[in-house]
Design a protein around this ligand. Sequence first.
Ligand SMILES: Nc1ncnc2c1ncn2[C@@H]1O[C@H](COP(=O)(O)OP(=O)(O)OP(=O)(O)O)[C@@H](O)[C@H]1O
Length: 340
Amino acid sequence: MTASSASTSETGTASAPPAVLEVRDLSVHFRQGRGHPPLRAVDGVSFAVRAGETVGLVGESGSGKSTIGRAVLGLNPVTEGRISFAGDDITRAAPRVRRRLSSRLQVVFQDPYSSLNPARTIGQTLAEPLLVHEKSGRAETAERVAAMLRRVGMPADAADRYPGQFSGGQRQRIAIARALMLSPQLVICDEPVSALDLSIQAQVMNLLAELQDELALSYLFIAHDLPVVRHLSHRVLVLYRGQVLESGDAGAVYDRPAHPYTQALLAAAPEPDPAAQRARRASRAAAKAEPGPPSPTGCVFAHRCPQVADRCRTERPELRVLAPEPAPRAVACHLVDELP
Ligand SMILES: Nc1ncnc2c1ncn2[C@@H]1O[C@H](COP(=O)(O)OP(=O)(O)OP(=O)(O)O)[C@@H](O)[C@H]1O
């Protein structure tokens, strides 16, 4: 495996569609109280999401996935870096700009039970964005609500009922319908299927994929479940302690993980084939649990890495593009040329 020496943050090619979302060197730090250094929840992350594309964020709990999504939505203050939406800088957008933006940038959260107002009918919930942003008339609003309900696989009479009358999967369809009412360009999906049963998860993921094809939607897809992210993502970013350790084409990252952390993460996912399961178990055993604090200056994964070298404890590795690869892929590891 070889890596080009040029440092890069995945920018794609000149012929790629324009970026809907562009995140550059994003850092989000949280104060931890007197005497403690700030928590670097996100630490220098760069990526772009293009029209019609799904970019998946994966990583263990606490790796910074949701904090990135919340920073894009303006729900977490940005410490450093820049977030652009359709070419406009929205890093510290004023509430008035954010309100306007909400017609083009939407979110679907994990929990469909708490994200829908139990006291409002589904029709009222879906009509609200139209009434606020487009000042639509009543007849047109009712027609658009009914059409969207049909589109997400719900009966039109659902409009007159309340969230409590639906199952978790149906409520998530309704949450997706609400997100799409104003024809957004980008939807941030933050663990959108993790609260659902497996068979329902597949249905909701298929719905998201169909809607993307039909409406040329872009998704920033956040999930801890690796197969779920693979199913929907064109590209993925693998995060650990707020940093991207590997990124690139989803198929390549999953089939030939290059970073020892990505290898360990995939080794922890369920594997039906017994031979592959044995290999994974060995790789999992090699990646140490958290034996101590990470080095403040070196690679954030060094203290757990089975391949760690002296340099890893003192020098932070840059994200470098692997070559030759059909699609750009980048890995932050000093040992990338020597890895199996
Ligand atoms: N508002 C906050 N104040 C302080 N610390 C926070 C805040 N939000 C997140 N964190 C911390 O930032 C780190 C990253 O959290 P984040 O929720 O982004 O991780 P995640 O990868 O989405 O994991 P999970 O799936 O468990 O939420 C964690 O250590 C978390 O405790």
